[in-house]
Design a protein around this ligand. Sequence first.
Ligand code: F6P
Length: 319
Amino acid sequence: MKRIGVLTSGGDAPGMNAAIRSIVRSAIYHGIEVMGVNRGFRGLIEGDLFMMDVSSVGDIIHKGGTMLKSSRSEEFKTIEGRKKAMENLNNASIEGLVVIGGDGSFQGAREISELGIKTIGIPGTIDNDLAYTDFTIGFDTAVNTVLDSISKIRDTSTSHEKATIIEVMGRNCGDIALHAGISGGAESIVIPEMPLKIEDMIKKLNQGYDRGKLHHIILLAEGAGKAEDMRIELAEKAGIDARVSVLGFIQRGGDPTSFDRILASKMGVHAVEMLLEGYTNMVVGIKDSHLFHMDITESLKVKKRFDKDLYRLTELLSI
Ligand code: F6P
């Protein structure tokens, strides 16, 4: 293998730059050329590729976002779109492709590998919703960003003796809400995996107020509902005047944590070395602190195991 390509696709995640750096530098170390693809699969269809060298990835390890830009491409879902992409890969003499992204991106990677290009996926999404791996790149940073917001919201929430509903991202996965909620000492955590009855939350809120608790932080995962709907329900059913904070895209940006930078660096090297060994249609993952790889199709079939023990901590500790 003489030349590979790299792209980032779907929602960006802090640590994607560290992964790009790792891929480019380790490939060059092994004597392979690397081309960057701008704007994910869209750029692949448009032939928006450029040659990268050691210094193209200088000064990016600490930066959020992705220097290659990202997109969600509808055209790539069609066979015509993928054929155009494949033509551009062939024209650029690219023999292997590393795709950094979430499940939609892995689906794309799998489909283009069927057209003959060797493909390896690296999990990059803040959602941590890829069940085959313990962690995705960007999740740890997003959790820490939410945690920082919880601390700030707690200050004002306490001063005004209010309940605050903090809505966080995660698509259908409650991991951001669960991890940030536990580490931020939230009183209630509402996630798609463990729907909470509003009546139970009201009971807990009232118990807290009776004990002189000055605030009540509710962490709500976007997949479990909208914060504004919950605010209205609390007002109508119990006369509780809660505030709402929808954190939104701040969760996708920011300097990656050390954990995400190391994870990205390790996975980038692993992906390049897999291509060198001739692997295709594989994803890189981490389990019990060890890197591993598996078939993309199989990885997408793995069902997420809900961490009941972690969830139980709110019941025990936020009384
Ligand atoms: O997958 C990452 C994510 O930020 C999700 O948490 C969120 O639901 C979605 O992307 C938002 O997507 P978009 O950037 O297309 O609005």
